[in-house]
Design a protein around this ligand. Structure first.
Ligand SMILES: Cc1cc2nc3c(=O)[nH]c(=O)nc-3n(C[C@H](O)[C@H](O)[C@H](O)COP(=O)(O)O)c2cc1C
Length: 318
């Protein structure tokens, strides 16, 4: 991390380290909201990103749920896409070449219905050029255990983490579900199982009803709530998790502006991911990077990482 001055003004270092993964800045795109990055190449400068996280990849291609699959809600949206994706083999053969040529780290989000599936995907991704990290979505149902999500049980979350870690040749980030009563139990379990970092939150489970038809709006009945509506919940969970683990934490949930991102960093996040906001403004991530830079200049920070966990609690203000 260099301390540079330009015309007497501090040029801040926006770099952050997620374990061994070095990012030029703390802004990543959240899985499922940025396609496979190419979709955004004419809408923004992809090189401005700290990292790209691609749509969740499963062992076999998935068609996802029938429509309607998304609905707008107050300050957010519900989605029940059903993890539609091209499957790991087509992802590697059709998408990775383009992604590997980007000058930013690419993190592959993976999902599975069984431990064997998580293992198989990780094995296939090992050695693929351009893959800088794996993000493990544990919000998926475990078909062998009656459909209970891996992410809601500490032992199951640990088992997925351990399985992926044993086969991965890149750092492993485990993405937590907020649909639990105590997220710190899951966070500690995945840290103990070897996770290199933790990202949170995935979507909160919600529902919308059409009064005219008296039917659920989503064909799947329930869906995942995202967007600004969930930011306070996400911020609270990041704060709680960052206090109990010693691995880096990545904040996700309702981030739309540099100010939102900086709040997550003060709460303990080393980096952030931007999701739903990409649908509103495809160039938002680049704008957030610039906003973070402006804040760092304004605050005369030599390094943005000095902000991580810098929240001033009432007792410490005295
Ligand atoms: C349309 C849509 C698709 C998503 N797909 C995935 C996915 O494939 N894997 C995953 O881990 N999270 C997925 N997510 C969750 C986001 O990555 C993110 O965790 C969540 O939306 C909260 O962030 P946000 O409020 O900034 O959108 C998806 C979210 C949306 C809105």
């Amino acid at each position: 991390m260099e301390d540079m001055r330009k015309n007497g003004v501090q040029v801040p270092d926006l770099g952050v380290n997620i374990g061994s993964l070095q990012l030029a800045n703390p802004v990543m795109t959240a899985s499922g909201t940025f396609g496979y990055a190419r979709e955004f190449e004419n809408l923004m400068n992809l090189q401005s990103l700290g990292a790209v996280i691609v749509k969740g990849i499963s062992l076999h291609p998935r068609e996802g749920n029938p429509p309607p699959r998304i609905v707008e809600t107050a300050c957010g949206m519900l989605n029940a896409i059903g993890l539609q994706n091209v499957g790991v083999d087509r992802f590697i053969s059709e998408k990775m070449k383009y992604l590997a040529a980007l000058k930013v780290p690419v993190i592959v989000n993976i999902l599975g219905d069984s431990l064997a599936e998580y293992q198989e995907i990780t094995e296939r991704l090992a050695g693929v050029p351009g893959v800088s990290g794996i993000e493990v979505n544990i919000s998926c149902p475990n078909v062998k255990k009656g459909g209970v999500a891996f992410g809601t049980d500490p032992a199951m979350a640990a088992a997925v983490t351990d399985t992926v870690k044993k086969k991965a040749d890149v750092p492993v980030m485990v993405k937590l579900s907020p649909n639990v009563s105590d997220v710190t139990l899951i966070a500690r379990a995945v840290e103990e199982a070897g996770a290199d970092s933790i990202s949170l939150i995935n979507t909160l489970i919600g529902m919308a009803i059409d009064l005219q038809t008296r039917r659920p709006v989503l064909a799947n009945v329930i869906g995942g709530l995202s967007g600004p509506a969930i930011k306070p919940v996400a911020l609270r969970m990041v704060y709680q998790v960052a206090k109990v683990v010693s691995i880096p934490v990545i904040g996700i949930g309702g981030i739309q502006t540099a100010e939102d991102a900086l709040e997550f960093m003060l709460a303990g996040a080393t980096a952030v991911q931007i999701g739903t906001a990409n649908f509103v403004n495809p160039g938002v991530s680049e704008e957030v990077v610039e906003g973070i830079r402006a804040y760092a200049v304004n605050q005369n920070l030599s390094s943005i990482s000095s902000l991580i966990g810098g929240l001033q609690l009432p007792g410490q203000l005295l």
